[in-house]
Design a protein around this ligand. Structure first.
Ligand code: ZN
Length: 109
């Protein structure tokens, strides 16, 4: 990777990192199609199956801030879901709670 390519990649990554703060919005158009709308109202389509974006930057560089912005968002979402799963009670805890609830109900009778 030459200097200019590296600089371009860094620039795209930096803009992707603040994409959502900059007012870009994301809507799902179809199973594999997302639409990213800029704060000026321009729409770009992301194809999550072919991993492409319809913007000119993607055509020239095979990457763009929309694509990376979406991947960042997807990663955060996956981490959040993983976090929720890790918070779910284990089978033992579930059993313990059920037992406790039965006991509490029996005592309340
Ligand atoms: Zn794009």
């Amino acid at each position: 990777m030459n200097f200019n390519t590296a600089r371009l990649q860094a620039n795209i990554a930096a803009r992707a990192a603040r994409l959502w703060e900059d007012g870009y919005t994301l809507t799902r158009k179809a199973e594999d199609t997302l639409v990213i709308t800029s704060n000026e109202g321009t729409n770009y389509e992301i194809d999550t199956f072919w991993e492409t974006c319809s913007c000119p930057c993607f055509k020239n560089n095979d990457t763009c801030k929309h694509w990376i912005g979406w991947k960042n968002l997807e990663k955060i979402q996956a981490e959040y879901e993983e976090h929720l799963l890790s918070q779910a009670p284990t089978e033992d805890e579930e059993f313990g709670r059920t037992w406790y609830e039965c006991r509490a109900a029996a005592l309340a009778r």
